[in-house]
Design a protein around this ligand. Structure first.
Ligand SMILES: *Cc1c(COP(=O)(O)O)cnc(C)c1O
Length: 460
């Protein structure tokens, strides 16, 4: 029997109150925050869709494991448990615990990178690119052609363009390619999944040319759901077996455990090669901590070990993917333009299509972000010209390719009625569409301006 209603496959044991504010109050809060929701206090937010990173709710099993943790400096029981959990999932013999994903990236890409080296990826996540470029190396994105066709329903728009990959490796010279990185799911590309066939082909190309393949596996469980249900021939495998098969194609993996390991802080680097592991271990000890805890406390390692099991439970994954899709499909039916198909962890709205009357240099994405907060207390993030825009010599904006708004959904945090409320807020957004005005930047820092920039409303 199939039901339309997606129930949360958990009961709630501990609750965190949300204070319900009025639209009038929020208008004031928004002004005080210079129309930048990053500057809002979180207790002024009703539904926080800023990020799915580090915002998961932990289970009673995770909390119980934390209580039972071993905080010994060396050889802790919690380390053994964490090491075993990562090893059995990834199949990689060497596991290095880090405080979050970017620390694993800094260690691995700092070691492999340097001037004259290249990294090739389906899409480098921003901290990935930053760590690569900081080492002196270059990062080249090679997304598949379907990635930018937002209207088609191609199921694996997170794929890398394998033909372009091979051409680039030949052009750059295999010895200059430090690694190929498959970001799974493809976060910056709309949370779109990567197919097993694409990962296999990528692995074949890498190994034919002697180039290392790294999985950026933050959302590997969500990706496995798509592979099982959308890729022919994969349905007989369990979600966990699909993930294990993908790891089996790679030489190393970096993970931000703040995503699919269902914890609030943590990460790891896992590698096959002993020599590479030894080199990275030196960097781990210098910058993170001793080998049996790195950047983590014993209780973090316990929670992570349990989270890596729970995230592959079929009831959880079904709920996770279906509830994200529920939000995306509903607002799409109402006429809100979204990236399609809906990815695993977020819904992306095309703000320039929603607000054709707001020019890009008045930031339609930021206008939608502000409307969602003002009308409904929803906080989300612009992924467009506020985040990626640059200026030319005359101070004219060079806009980003797309003006998107990301609604990232924390794991196990919000219920169906929260999501139904968000859908209702979108009805109000559509009602106010014509009156919605653009914004101008009145102050900005020299880099990563979206976090702290100040805005003012145009004509107000
Ligand atoms: C979040 C993320 C990272 C960085 O991890 P942090 O834990 O935030 O340091 C790297 N890659 C991808 C794809 C991510 O989503």
């Amino acid at each position: 029997m199939e039901f339309k209603t997606i129930i949360e496959p958990f009961r709630i044991k501990s609750v965190e109150p949300i204070r319900v504010s009025t639209a009038a109050e929020r208008t004031g809060y928004l002004k005080d925050a210079f129309f930048n929701p990053f500057l809002l206090r979180s207790d002024k937010v009703l539904i926080d869709f800023l990020t799915d990173s580090g915002t998961s709710a932990m289970s009673s099993r995770q909390w119980a494991a934390m209580m039972d943790a071993d905080e010994s400096y060396a050889g802790a029981r919690s380390w053994e448990r964490f090491d075993a959990a990562v090893h059995s999932l990834t199949g990689m013999p060497h596991v290095l615990p880090t405080h979050q994903g970017r620390a694993a990236e800094r260690i691995l890409y700092g070691y492999l990178g340097g001037a004259g080296k290249y990294f090739l990826s389906n899409t480098h996540f921003d901290t990935t690119r930053a760590n690569i470029e900081f080492s002196g190396a270059s990062a080249i994105d090679l997304p598949c052609a379907e990635a930018t066709d937002y209207a088609s329903d191609h199921p694996f728009k997170g794929n890398i363009d394998t033909a372009a990959l091979e051409t680039q490796i030949k052009k750059l010279g295999a010895k200059n390619v430090a690694a190929v990185i498959l970001t799974i799911t493809n976060n910056s590309g709309g949370g779109q999944p990567v197919s097993m066939a694409n990962a296999k082909k990528t692995s074949e190309i890498c190994h034919k040319h002697g180039v290392m393949l790294v999985l950026d596996c933050c959302r590997i469980a969500e990706n496995s759901w798509f592979v099982k249900h959308k890729e022919p021939g994969m349905e007989h495998l369990s979600y966990r077996e699909i993930a294990q098969a993908m790891f089996g194609l790679a030489d190393a993996a970096v993970m931000s455990a703040k995503k699919d390991a269902l914890v609030n802080m943590g990460g790891f680097l896992a590698v096959r090669d002993k020599k590479l592991s030894d080199a990275c271990t030196n960097l781990l000890i210098i910058t993170e901590g001793f080998v049996t805890y790195g950047g983590l406390s014993g209780r973090d390692m316990e929670a992570l070990a349990v989270g890596l099991e729970e995230v592959f439970e079929p009831d959880y994954l079904q709920y996770r993917i279906k509830s994200t899709a529920y939000l995306g499909e509903r607002i799409r039916e109402m006429g809100v333009p979204v990236i399609y198909p809906i990815g695993g962890h977020a819904v992306y709205v095309e703000a320039h299509v929603l607000y054709p009357h707001i020019p890009v240099d008045q930031y339609p994405g930021q206008a939608l972000v502000c409307e969602l907060y003002r009308l409904g207390g929803i906080r989300c993030v612009e992924v467009g010209s506020v985040m990626f825009g640059k200026y030319d010599e005359d101070g004219k904006l060079i806009p980003a390719a797309k003006e998107l708004v990301r609604l990232a959904i924390p794991r196990r945090v919000y219920t169906q009625s929260h999501i139904d409320y968000v859908i209702e807020v979108f009805e109000k957004v559509l009602d106010h569409k014509e009156q919605t005005r653009g914004l101008k930047i009145i102050w900005e820092p020299p880099f990563l301006r979206h976090f702290t920039a100040h805005f003012a409303q145009n004509g107000g």
